[in-house]
Design a protein around this ligand. Structure first.
Ligand SMILES: N[C@@H](CCC(=O)N[C@@H](CS)C(=O)NCC(=O)O)C(=O)O
Length: 255
């Protein structure tokens, strides 16, 4: 029993961000796994923690924290361990620039693609009446829309094309930045890298025509370096689905 509990799904996207920050800081926490594909995040016991019904959430004593990037910043400030926000003001600005770019611009596009190719197909075969009841329990109307689109394969061609355009642009930005310095926002590993890795780790598999050893050697070096860190290994050990097994590509040497 610790005084920190993290409510999370896979070590991936929003859930993976505070998980990895906690492991990097060496903060002991109780892991409370919620199966997103089983709609655990909309059940009353979790809604009592986060009434919005989205993952992740973290409790620290009586304090309840939501929003993955804000939780990472809290973890960095509230606990001992290596500093994850750089000390230099310009590096701090760059860290926050990247986190905003990823959260507001890239993550929704990755999410739409992921919900279309993974989440929708993973739940579609369930009983339709059960699915409809599960969707009706979702507190946020926009999440109900996303679930229906994922289940019915109804993201429009325009939406998917725009997401793909944003992902291609993001890959270009990442490759350029990582050609200039070892880590995304400064010379030290930090919050921007944790945020970016959780969003981008699967790019060599999901976007092989855009992200590979030949076209984006700097992104590949960066992903491999983050994956090799003990904290990332510990974090990924908490994964239960195929998402956690997809990473094996990063265990290989450059082609
Ligand atoms: N801005 C929030 C987004 C949280 C969020 O939407 N999480 C997704 C999983 S990555 C979720 O809970 N989806 C469940 C649902 O929509 O039912 C954050 O960064 O924590």
């Amino acid at each position: 029993m610790t005084d920190v509990t993290l409510y999370h799904w896979e070590p991936n996207a929003n859930s993976g961000k505070p998980m990895l920050a906690l492991f990097e800081k060496g903060v002991a926490f109780d892991s409370h796994y919620l199966d997103l594909l089983n709609f655990d995040q909309h059940r009353p016991d979790y809604l009592a923690v986060n009434p919005l019904g989205t993952i992740p959430a973290m409790t620290h004593g009586k304090l309840v924290l939501t929003e993955s990037t804000a939780i990472m910043e809290y973890v960095d400030e509230a606990f001992d361990g290596p500093r994850l926000m750089p000390a230099d003001p310009v590096d701090q600005w760059r860290t926050r620039w990247w986190m905003k770019f990823m959260d507001q611009w890239l993550a929704p596009s990755f999410s739409m693609i992921g919900w279309s190719v993974f989440v929708g197909p993973s739940v579609r075969q369930k009983d339709p009446a059960e699915l409809e009841a599960a969707i009706d329990r979702i507190p946020m109307p926009e999440r109900r829309v996303a679930w229906r689109k994922a289940i019915n394969g109804a993201f429009s061609a325009e939406e998917m094309t725009e997401s793909q355009r944003r992902v291609a642009l993001g890959i270009g930005y990442l490759e350029q930045a990582l050609g200039q310095r070892e880590w995304l926002a400064s010379d030290e590993y930090g919050l921007a890298d944790i945020n970016g890795f959780n969003l981008a780790y699967a790019m060599p598999l999901s976007q092989p025509q855009l992200c590979n050893d030949e076209l984006t050697p700097n992104i590949m070096r960066w992903l491999r370096a983050i994956y090799a860190r003990p904290a990332t290994r510990a974090c990924w050990a908490l994964g239960r689905t195929d998402l956690a097994r997809r990473i094996s590509l990063l265990e290989s040497e450059p082609a």
